[in-house]
Design a protein around this ligand. Structure first.
Ligand code: NAD
Length: 426
């Protein structure tokens, strides 16, 4: 690999920053990594794959990330990538404090002429209103002393095909030089199209649009699931049917809730920003409300089904399979299962919880233990391990009812065995 002369510093070594740092290193850059989480830094120093992405196992031995704890050690770097969290608070209000603090850190420590790229997901206007001022406050002129760009990250954790090295990117900057430098940088590490955007605001808007698109479409099928359920129509079969149309339809799937750091969070960034212009994003608000309501809807399904068997949720022994927000990953952020646990506990259910990726929230050691101790199952995450459970096993363990929050179990086989099955819209 040809050595790149520029030094890259990644600020925030999480799901986004860590793979990116690895990618820069294997593409010949000297890479520095800064994070406020000491435990994470220590694990990176030991060479651990801290985000558990399989494709990184192969790359990590070839990569070198120079962990830095002292901010002044970034001073020799040429390219800074900000990949810090952009969450919402308990009232769903955007929290930009991490982006602001990371921008201030870079502004206080960088040398003139550096390129600063924000990869965190942000609403249109954040680079102008919060990132740029941090550099101007330190006396830098944007487009001359510092070049600022935004390249929204698009990774999809756990995806076997698409990762940081092959997903096309869009990039925006305040000026021509910033745009040129950032496009050149991404072309040197990503084997896919890098599309320059006319403005930095457009680049910011792209990511919010992508994730809002997902949220709205998921809300639509969640609403269909509730409606079709009342008509005794299996929504999954309907979506499969609609998917045979080769154009103008894209399948989205209903479930017990939407989790992760992106889909249930990013639309709020646009909702709040638009309010400044007296614009109300009704569509986005409705989608958020529908998706936020799915854990409660799913728990009510379980309650109704138990009632129909002459049982109540209070005191019922419920096996909860899966806690993470997504299949085969250990990420708990905004996971619907957390709300489901809260609701079930509030109703007095006795929970037997197992998630192979989240031992700290599991009170059972394996599926077998959950089935042994439970009368009904609530499946909240479609981990491969759960999909492999032979349906007969549920019967053998006396499970009378399954609520399949991910619509991933074999409904027909379970029903044929005399087990009551309820999915989301099926
Ligand atoms: N996780 C995803 O799948 C994904 C996908 C696309 C985009 N994004 C976006 O990327 C951004 C980062 O997400 P993530 O999932 O990697 O988050 P993360 O929590 O996994 O990682 C962020 C890291 O930043 C560190 N950090 C916070 N403030 C800091 C500071 N001031 N200086 C240095 N380090 C700091 C944290 O300790 C943490 O390790 C968010 O804006 C998110 O919306 C995430």
């Amino acid at each position: 690999m040809q050595k790149n002369m520029e030094k890259v510093c990644v600020i925030g070594l999480g799901y986004v920053g860590f793979p990116l740092a690895v990618l820069c290193s294997i593409n010949g850059y000297e890479v520095y990594g800064f994070d406020k989480d000491e435990k994470k830094l220590a694990r990176i120093e030991k060479g651990e794959n801290i985000v558990e992405e399989k494709y990184l196992d192969e790359l990590l031995p070839k990569a070198k990330i120079n962990v830095i704890r002292d901010e002044s050690q970034m001073k020799d770097c040429d390219i800074f990538i900000i990949a810090v969290p952009t969450p919402v608070d308990e009232k769903y209000y955007p929290d930009l404090s991490y982006v602001i603090s990371a921008s201030v850190t870079v502004a206080k420590n960088m040398k003139k002429g550096s390129l600063v790229i924000v990869e965190s997901t942000i609403n249109p206007g954040v680079c102008e209103e919060f990132v740029r001022p941090a550099f101007e406050k330190e006396g830098f002129t944007v487009g001359q002393d510092v070049f600022i760009a935004h390249c929204p990250e698009r990774i999809n954790p756990g995806d076997p095909k698409w990762n940081v090295s092959n997903i096309p990117r869009v990039v925006g900057s305040f000026d021509e030089q910033g745009l040129e430098k950032s496009v050149k940088f991404y072309e040197s590490i990503v084997g896919a199209k890098i599309m320059p955007m006319k403005t930095i605001r457009e680049a910011e808007a792209v990511k919010i649009m992508e994730n809002s698109f997902r949220d709205i479409n998921i809300a639509f099928v969640n609403e269909l699931a509730k409606s079709f359920n009342l008509m005794d129509i299996d929504v999954v079969n309907v979506i499969r049917g609609a998917s045979t149309k080769p154009f103008a339809f894209m399948a989205h799937w209903p479930s017990c809730g939407v989790g992760g750091h992106c889909i249930p969070v990013d639309p709020y960034y646009l909702i709040e920003k638009a309010k400044e212009n007296d614009f109300d994003h009704q569509f986005l608000r409705v989608a958020r409300a529908i998706n936020n309501g799915m854990p409660l809807y799913s728990v009510e399904l379980l309650q109704d089904e138990l009632n129909s068997l002459g049982k109540s949720l209070k005191g019922a022994k419920i096996g909860l399979l899966g806690v993470s927000y997504k299949a085969n990953v250990g990420d708990l952020r905004e996971s619907p299962a957390l709300k489901i646990i809260e609701l079930l506990e509030k109703h007095g259910a006795v929970l037997n919880i197992y998630d192979p990726f989240i031992p700290k929230l599991s009170n059972a050691n394996n599926v077998e233990e959950v089935l042994d101790r439970s009368e009904a199952i609530f499946l909240a995450t479609g981990h491969d391990e759960f999909l492999k459970i032979p349906v007969e096993k549920f019967k053998e363990h006396g499970i009378g009812l399954i609520v399949d929050g991910m619509n991933c179990l074999d409904k027909d086989k379970l029903l044929a065995l005399g087990i009551k099955y309820k999915g989301i819209g099926r």
